[in-house]
Design a protein around this ligand. Structure first.
Ligand code: PLP
Length: 399
């Protein structure tokens, strides 16, 4: 048969984080004691008040289709949340509820991109952004942000990267994979740039509740009217409420963009799961104590893992300010050999770590930094300690 398959789909790189997570899971299932620093997934259970709301939704018969772009009641809860926590005024017709933050982002790019439009993606980046942009016929344009600049954009870099084809900038704060946060004054400069060049800002704030510095997340859309018009604020319940499996993401944007996203979604998936939507209302409107408790637990883990990596020779990292990832610079370790083998990149280190030391880590070539690895510390304190001890043993074994 010589039928050609889709060039666009063939060009998509499958998610390497999901692939490594699956490999670690299958090793564990076969009895190997693997420590997995891989999945971007809190190990906590979804809070009880949220689970109870889902059970009530089933018992109340909320098991039918809802409006494709989500329940009115949930959109209202999202508007209240944006006002209360982000100081952004959105109306119901500016909100779209989707099947997770990933789906929200895919819909955003579908709504704003035309073939050849450029999207600036600061590197290191979350690996899905470039693939999502390409699926909507856009062109990812990467700006490399070094450790010396805290892995964050400078204004000089942004000015150099902008062209007549620039349609959007993707901003992730707190960041996956670095844990860095853009301050209010940095966001003000970026907002000024976006308004001056008439560029959309896709602001991914999914880790907003996981900030360890005591500061509150600043939403770029809240800064002034001009940037508000150009910002698409993306969020979801997975990380803040330990609801990865429930698949609820949401977006606040202009009425026009929300309308296009809803239209696309109405043909792709229709509404997100009705029961999960009712649970989401409780998550946003209900008691937020569980969010604070999870943050406190993550902070203890952040402190431990950061100190542990700083104590290991040849590895380095910046102290994460938010999210639950440690972005480890392995460039010094890569100058050494392991059992006589040259280490070309963090992927080779990751292979030996998994095979010989039973530790699964994410090598970051697909995040734009092949000499770095990402350690997700959303696992138990005991496993973090065990895993870091094993990484230290591996480094000790380098020649
Ligand atoms: N944005 C970032 C930066 C992420 O790291 C993730 C998940 O890992 C998402 C969005 C999407 O999360 P979900 O689709 O589970 O809501």
């Amino acid at each position: 048969m010589s039928l050609e398959l889709s060039k666009k789909a063939s060009a998509v790189k499958p998610s390497s984080t999901l692939a490594i997570t699956a490999k670690a899971k299958s090793l564990r299932a076969s009895g190997v004691d693997v420590v997995g620093f891989v999945a971007g997934e809190p190990d906590f259970d979804t809070p009880k008040n949220i689970c109870d709301a889902a059970i009530k939704a089933i018992n109340d018969g909320h098991t039918k289709y809802t409006a494709a772009s989500g329940l009115d009641e949930l959109k209202e809860a999202v508007c209240r949340k944006f006002k209360r926590e982000n100081n952004i005024e959105y109306n119901k017709n500016q909100i779209v509820i989707s099947n997770g933050g990933k789906h929200s982002l895919t819909n955003v790019f579908a709504a704003i991109l035309n073939p050849g439009d450029e999207v600036i993606i600061p590197a290191p980046y979350w690996l899905s952004y470039p693939e999502m942009v390409k699926l909507s016929d856009g062109v990812p344009v990467f700006i490399r942000c070094e450790k010396s600049q805290n892995y964050k954009l400078t204004m000089d870099q942004l000015e150099k990267a902008v062209t007549a084809k620039t349609k959007a900038l993707v901003l992730t704060s707190p960041s996956n994979p670095t844990g860095m946060i853009y301050s209010k004054s940095e966001l003000e400069q970026i907002a000024d740039w976006a308004v001056r060049h008439d560029v959309y800002v896709v602001s991914d704030e999914i880790y907003e509740n996981l900030i360890y510095t005591g500061e509150k997340n600043t939403s770029i859309a809240s800064l002034n009217d001009e940037i508000y018009k150009r910002t698409i604020t993306v969020n979801g319940l997975a990380k803040s409420y330990a609801m990865t499996g429930w698949r609820i993401g949401y977006v606040g944007a202009s009425v026009e963009i929300a309308k296009l996203m809803s239209g696309v979604q109405s043909h792709q998936t229709s509404n997100p799961n009705s029961i999960a939507q009712y649970a989401a209302i409780e998550a946003l409107d209900g008691d937020q104590k569980s969010v604070a408790d999870m943050l406190a637990a993550f902070k203890i883990r952040r402190d431990y893992i950061y100190k542990a990596v700083k104590d290991i020779p040849y590895l380095d990292a910046l102290e994460p300010e938010g999210a639950f990832y440690l972005f480890v610079d392995c460039s010094e370790a890569l100058k050494h050999t392991y059992k006589g083998n040259k280490l070309n990149d963090a992927a080779e280190m990751a292979k030996y770590l998994l095979e010989d030391y039973n530790v699964a880590v994410i090598p970051c070539a697909d995040f734009g930094f092949p000499d770095h690895m990402r350690l997700a510390y959303a696992i138990s304190d005991e496993n973090i300690k065990k895993g870091m001890d094993r990484i230290a043993e591996f480094i000790k074994a380098l020649d």
